[in-house]
Design a protein. Sequence first.
Length: 456
Amino acid sequence: MNNNYENLINDVLKTGNGDYKEIRLEENKSSRITYSGKVRENISINSRLGGSVRAMANGGWGFSSFNDIYQAPKKMKETLTLAKYNSNELFEIEKNDPIITKVSPVLKKDPRKIKLSEKINILDHYKDLILSQEAIESCEIIYADTDRKVLFADSKGNNIEQNFIHVVLRVAAYSSDGNEMLQSGFSIGSLGDYGIIENLDSEILDCAKKAKDLIDAPKVDGKETTVVLDQILAGVFVHEAFGHLSEADNVYENERLKEILTLGKKFGNKDLNITDGAKIPNLRGSYEFDDEGTPATKTPLIREGILTGRLHSNETANKMSEEATGNARAISFAFPPIVRMSNTIIENGKDKKEDIIKDTKDGLYVKNWYGGMTEHEMFTFSSAETYRIENGEIKETLRPVKLSGNLFTTLKNINGIADDLLINQGGGCGKGGQMPLPVSNGSPHIRINKCLVSNG
């Protein structure tokens, strides 16, 4: 970013009185190409420059964002006034040795160096390939890449510049049984590698075939049954059902959850280990410093079935007398940082996928995802693919299902964890009006007993 911002930053941090002050400046360039059926619906290239300031006075926060970065000193003065109107529990912003650094982007095949015409050509090809398949009535393709530069500085002396390059692709093929539209799709993403969207013909054809297979697939009766989750759906499960409950602001603000989510409490079998961490490298949820300037970590959340940690901002760590984990994140300069996941995974177990399937006499094999949601410890999320398991063998295709339940009961019902961890980077997370935040999640195959399933 422009070196001329140094004087501006100094002016902002010297403005007014307060216990703590910070500024974020952000430059964002993105391209997006979307298709709906035969129509290339949208091509957009956007550029945005803006910033935000945040200040604390007597325990109260003030926050302001702006598009004209040279308004920053004025905005800081207003923000300090806002902070003094708020009434919160007083806490100390911990001091540290100032961090002054620039973090280069992770890059493999730089999407910024690929011509727009080349991106359009490959997406046109995928669109035509899907629509040429038997029984396929429509498709949806969404491609996006983003170049995001963020400069953070605060009154503790931190001055950190980071650069992130993201690439994402979502593909869906649609068929119909005459009554409803059916879909099969996949989402992929990367940190700095355009190469992930190349050479996907086999994946595109498989997607179309699965959409066709759904036409004659029967629906599942609502019931409690054994389910084997593939790595992608199990990753969504750990993100939706457990990850959000690991975000300390959710716990700190809820007395009931404080009591339930006590560190040291048993939540699963000894082979269950769950981790979140931006320090896990080269994933879409990876970074060196969060949006408060705290160094990224790798946080053990569950170890051998025991709750051992949670995700924190500086404020929640201080108020709960725990260590900051570097999980304060903002989707853009327009928002203040809040506690968010980064890369959330169930770690490898010792079982083999084949043995887990073979040992399942009656159940469902569920794969991929259409989304999910949680309400405290209750969760619901949807599979994209469902297959019957009978006497240890995967049988016919069924319609997608919804899986619902209580997190704490479900964690204890996990009785098989394979050794084939796979991480999905195609999704984004929403919380507090900020979405889609780049995150990754993953898992090996897992088996859950007594899971409630219903028609998707």
